[in-house]
Ligand binder design. Sequence first.
Ligand code: UDP
Ligand code: MG
Length: 321
Amino acid sequence: MTIKYSVIVPLFNEEEVINETYNRLTTVMQQTHESYELVFVNDGSRDRTVEIVKKLCNSDEHLRLINFSRNFGHQIAISAGMDYAQGQAIVVIDADLQDPPEVILEMISEWKQGYDVVYGRRLVRKGETLFKKASASFFYRLLRSMTSVDIPVDTGDFRLIDRKVCDVLKGLKEKNRFVRGLVSWAGFRQKSVEYVREERWAGETKYPLKKMIRFAIDAITSFSYKPLKLASYIGMTLSLFSFVYLIVVLYQKVFTNSTIAGWSSTLAVNLLFNGIILMILGVMGEYIGRVYDESKDRPLYIISETKGYAREHALVGSHNR
Ligand code: UDP
Ligand code: MG
């Protein structure tokens, strides 16, 4: 039997929301009157998430579980879901019901109109801290200004993609994955649907500041060389200034008597340059680290078990994509 829709849900310590999410998604997907599957990817949760999903699996043949051997990260969980999804249209949605499942129906109707990518655009973000909203807004705009790929602002991973887009994404081998950027990069006919981002239904955000920063750096470095260029621009500008300063120093030495060399100015220049050199090295390190990651060619994720699949699909272990 061919499956029409796959809904991918990444899960990391979501025991408090999982039942509600399952119920809401099931209600919505049943309204389509077409075949569907729910692909729950457990990203190394340390709470009861897996147990709850397993229990749900026993009573519902629509449900699949992909259980990672540890926490690999949100973007990788989504990628695994895409590797396993069997549907003709694939939807990615967060587990916490911030993205209302009902919007999926709108996405499906756009897909039926012939769009290959239908992404959700957040009009309002409810119940998130001012800091989160401001940093997210800044991040999307910064990213946009830095890359030539047309990545829409204020959109998350809540989107529907056609089978052919999913196949393109499956073929992309990169390890540092910024999925929504990759979807934009792939092109195809894209359309947005607008929605209000709700509060998290229960539990706390699984994206603390540290993960958010990692995510932002991954996004920017995967899609832009501008930071590297910035490093060389800063370098060039500063060498120009220092050259001018060198002339001033030489002039003073040769033509004036005021050569009581200032200790503080020497130190200041030194500190400034050292700081900038370290910063530039750091930027380069980010990129070199990524080259290293890619060259190791480790699998993107490791699966410890799956549930809800016929035996031929139930691959366990690591996957070289
Ligand atoms: N998530 C995940 N792995 C992680 C962190 C988060 O699979 O390491 C999942 C999480 O369970 C949720 C989605 O990614 O389904 C988005 O996370 P969250 O809602 O905490 O992020 P926020 O909405 O606060 O940005
Ligand atoms: Mg959330």
